[in-house]
Design a protein around this ligand. Structure first.
Ligand code: AMP
Length: 206
């Protein structure tokens, strides 16, 4: 028997899943209140937004995937999505479940030196120095269609590197999704206009 996503929710219900009920806005508010802020971490002037507390609650994990999937279904119902690309490392927290819900593959984009086999790479600038994202070459196939996910978009350098890595190899990126956006840093401006950025919650400051 093949289960679709709503079947799996039904099974969670009958086996005691504590689903989070509420309107879309209430769900987003609940997510926002669970993300913890740590001023001056990892260095003075930066407010670190810690998404890990969201993953203490199975019902909220489901809510995150439901909200992200809902927006994909609404906008791309006529498209076949081949892969969710999750950025190292917090894109791995919810990317696999989102891919599972959509019925497509989850593929990681990792920091340099973590993936075996032939890879394709993309370097990008940080405030001081640079960093590199890598993906296994066999999955980065021209003509495939991807959505990229990460926990947070700040300056947009990381997301733009993942976007460039994929599109330079001929993969179409339909959208980038994050749990958190820091709009004052204008990260979405690093991505081309044809690639929408969707974020569940936003915070002022950096
Ligand atoms: P950026 O390339 O500037 O958009 O930075 C995004 C990446 O850095 C994401 O993978 C985040 O996990 C991490 N990051 C940047 N700023 C923060 C922050 N204020 N709180 C938590 N993570 C951050």
């Amino acid at each position: 028997m093949v289960l679709n996503y709503s079947d799996t929710l039904y099974f969670k219900d009958i086996y005691g899943w504590d689903g989070y009920n509420g309107s879309r806005d209430e769900k987003i508010e609940e997510i926002k209140t669970r993300i913890r802020e740590y001023p001056d971490f990892p260095k003075p002037g930066i407010t670190f937004r810690d998404v890990f507390p969201l993953f203490h609650h199975p019902s909220l994990q489901h809510t995150i995937v439901e909200l992200l999937k809902g927006q994909i279904d609404e906008k791309y119902s006529n498209r076949k999505i081949d892969m969710i690309v999750g950025i190292d490392s917090r894109g791995f927290l919810f990317g696999p479940e989102l891919a599972n819900a959509l019925g497509c593959n989850f593929i990681p984009a990792r920091k340099k030196g973590k993936l075996p086999g032939a890879t394709v790479t993309q370097s990008y600038q940080l405030e001081y120095g640079s960093d590199t994202l890598e993906m296994q070459k066999e999955y980065v196939v021209a003509g495939k269609c991807a959505i990229i996910v990460d926990d947070l978009i700040a300056t947009g350098g990381t997301m733009a590197a993942a976007y460039n890595l994929l599109t330079n190899s001929g993969v179409e990126v339909l959208e980038c999704q994050c749990l958190v956006e820091l709009p004052e840093l204008h990260g979405r401006d690093k991505l081309p206009k044809q690639c929408p950025v969707f974020c569940l919650v936003e915070y002022g400051g950096c």
